[in-house]
Design a protein around this ligand. Structure first.
Ligand SMILES: C[S@@+](CC[C@H](N)C(=O)[O-])C[C@H]1O[C@@H](n2cnc3c(N)ncnc32)[C@H](O)[C@@H]1O
Length: 365
């Protein structure tokens, strides 16, 4: 082969390698990416580009409120590896995401009411109680305080859900940092995603960054002033059965014993006035989640309140965070993981509050 021919063939090899790298590398975990980047110059530059995009925005362009960067001044870890979902998903739904490539993904919240995530909870369309024609017959003014279960499931067909005179039946429980539950429009409603009665369904609503701390690991910080009562974000992740949660927790505990692993499996319980738990949900954001998986614990309750949000037509509520006080730009966001400390050998708490218990909350999964 002559020199020009050899050059031509090597540049076309190079092109094919680049094309393959562009297709495959964005799917790799950070450790696989690091290994492959050592094998050739081309793969090194593709990996470097992917690492930069992942570091610049944990949400990979999926959150419409802006990029959520990783900031690390304590060690060499550039970002934390997980698959991003904007809202909770059922764990048997296969989740794939191209990581750190030019994926051309749009915001998760573009399409609604056919939002695929909320839709996974949508009740059977053939169910007679979801017949929206019933809603047309009712007087909308009188319904807000008397929303029946069937209406709650059917959703609303308001022309304008924020009309003060014809109050939307889906907003019987208003957003508020003091209430533990609120209701909103959902997959059964005819309104668009931008509706005022879908406050928590448009993803992260304030500017944030993820900052590494030597003792607590990554934490979520406000990158702007957040007003008392303002919606911050949902705790998104895989909703798993209690059996599955137990299996995963055992696996996570083993991995965490070397101090290099943080799990983000949250158990949410709703209580009846009698104090008995009437709902238990296990949301695991360890492998698939959103930025809320980085919110650390504070023994004094921190600056976030948790609210269970029910959307018309969705079977499962979603756990959402609202500011429980004014939060300054640069402040770490935190909430209380709970009061129970069942493991005397549990993880040490470094929340730094005056009421710090010394140990992180822990309970039997
Ligand atoms: C939901 S994750 C929070 C994000 C985590 N820091 C990370 O790096 O991914 C929960 C884990 O964070 C750590 N953590 C949270 N709050 C903490 C605190 N107050 N003190 C020490 N570690 C904390 C513990 O390792 C805990 O298991």
């Amino acid at each position: 082969m002559s020199l020009p021919e050899a050059k031509k063939s090597s540049s076309s090899d190079q092109q094919s390698l680049l094309q393959c790298a562009d297709l495959i590398l964005p799917w790799l975990s950070s450790s696989d990416l690091a290994s492959i980047s050592l094998t050739s110059k081309t793969l090194y530059s593709v990996s470097k580009f992917i690492t930069i995009t992942r570091t610049l925005d944990a949400s990979r362009g999926l959150e419409k409120h802006g990029m959520i960067p990783f900031v690390n001044n304590v060690d060499s870890q550039r970002y934390n590896y997980f698959i991003y979902t904007c809202s909770q998903i059922v764990s048997n739904v296969p989740v794939v995401q191209q990581w750190g490539g030019l994926v051309g993904l749009d915001s998760c919240f573009k399409v609604n009411p056919q939002n695929p995530i909320l839709d996974s909870y949508k009740l059977n369309a053939g169910n007679p109680i979801s017949d929206s024609s019933k809603l047309n017959q009712k007087n909308p003014i009188s319904t807000s305080s008397k929303l029946s279960f069937s209406e709650y499931i059917s959703g609303c067909d308001c022309n304008n859900c924020s009309d003060e005179d014809l109050e939307c039946p889906c907003s019987i429980l208003k957003p508020g940092f003091l209430s533990e539950m609120m209701t909103e429009c959902g997959p059964s409603c005819t309104c668009e995603i931008g509706c005022d009665c879908r406050l928590t369904q448009q993803g992260v609503s304030v500017q944030l960054r993820i900052v590494k701390d030597r003792r607590k690991g990554w934490g979520l910080y406000a990158a702007q002033f957040v007003r008392l009562g303002e919606f911050v974000c949902e705790y998104a992740g895989e909703v798993v059965t209690t059996g599955e949660a137990r299996i995963r927790q055992r696996k996570y505990d083993k991995l965490a014993s070397d101090g290099q692993f943080s799990s983000a499996l949250l158990i949410v319980r709703e209580h009846l006035p009698s104090g008995k738990a009437c709902l238990r949900m296990n949301i695991d954001a360890t492998r698939v989640g959103n930025v809320a998986r980085f919110i650390n614990h504070s023994c004094d309750g921190g600056n976030l309140a948790t609210v269970l949000v029910r959307n018309s037509g969705s079977l499962l509520p979603r756990l959402c965070f609202f500011a429980s006080r004014d939060i300054k730009e640069g402040e770490e966001l935190a909430f209380s993981y709970g009061d129970v400390r069942e493991r005397p050998d549990g993880l040490q708490c470094f929340c730094g509050s005056s009421s710090c218990f010394g140990l992180l909350p822990s309970e039997k999964t």
